[in-house]
Design a protein around this ligand. Sequence first.
Ligand code: SF4
Length: 423
Amino acid sequence: MDPQKKLAILADAAKYDASCASSGGSRRAAPGGLGSAEGMGICHSYTPDGRCVSLLKILLTNFCIYDCTYCVNRISSDTPRARFTPEEVVSLTLDFYRRNYIEGLFLSSGVLRSPDHTMEELVRVARLLREDHGFAGYIHLKVVPGASPELIEAAGLHADRVSANVELPTEADLARLAPEKKLPVIDETMGRIHLRRTEAKEERRTFAPAGQSTQIIVGATDTPDATILATSSRLYETHRLRRVYYSAFSPIPGADVRLPAKSPPLVREHRLYEADWLIRFYGFEAQELAGADAPQLDLGIDPKLAWALRNRAYFPVDLNIAPRGALLRVPGIGVRGAERIVEARRHRRLRIADLGKLRVAKNRALPFVVAADHNPTAAWIDRDDLRERIVRPQAAQLSLFDAAAPAAAPEPAPLAPALSGEL
Ligand code: SF4
């Protein structure tokens, strides 16, 4: 098959992996113009130091012996198939790199024959790039759960980041939709990567220096956010993952009847990322954000504000004496905001006017904090419409044809919109 056609198939098949989510548009230069946004298979990702890099994101092959119902590449799918040889991927990567299209490679694959056979091919690409061509660009390799320790070792030796996808949050979900995948096997593979990274650090050598990540598909089953976040927390805790990526389930052609007909609202994925961030950097436990009493995250407000509204007895927090951990629980105070508050209050007692200068979202924080010149009464914190007064009402798109429609009931006046994106 023509390499261009293979690239089209295998780049398209790779788009379902959320680990680097953006991909090229369809804009092309007019005759005589310069550049193209088409960049088949090119996506953007972030390195550990925060740099945005463009990666060639492809599958080695979309042939697969597994039958995960949610996947377009499953064995029972009639999708067009293609397969690159490792040498072809190497030459494509080098070619794109020399033309300055990319700074690295994100390589995944369907399972060919066995996990070990697939891993051998993936590792061969990385080894050829590093050893034969001195390629120093970024490499992210997928690790097939169940691959042998030697192959995992070789993957971590050559790749900057490795990832084994857990895909579904519970063993029961996997048994139902991806019967060949087993949570204990995925855990064992992640555990092995973590162990090798720890040993490498002690031995002062590199092993997947950008860490390991995974992906969880959201909305393919009715498993609630509470369980998804509990699984993520466990993976962060046990295997020291760098990132869990959440990917909203997207319906595929000829899908199994056990799958939902529609994707979950994209905002659900967004709320899970916010909750994940709160767990990693703000000291929240997963069950505080979504637990038995409220198993789904509130789609209308961010999980920190939702927690604050459910736990009003925790507030108000005194900006001038509260420990950093308590400041981080206040809506509108982010990690940097909390640090600025702790630093600034060494020199003076903080007043409400200081919050803007400290880049705190003042209008979110106001009902929940005490300052030198501000002390919200219990009646203020306990008021029933506090949520509506904090959250800006959603702007509605007016239609030309709505002129005769009756006016909507007036919204309660919001305190004011949040000033920053800090949670
Ligand atoms: S292992 Fe499952 S998810 Fe991965 S390519 Fe094969 S069918 Fe798709």
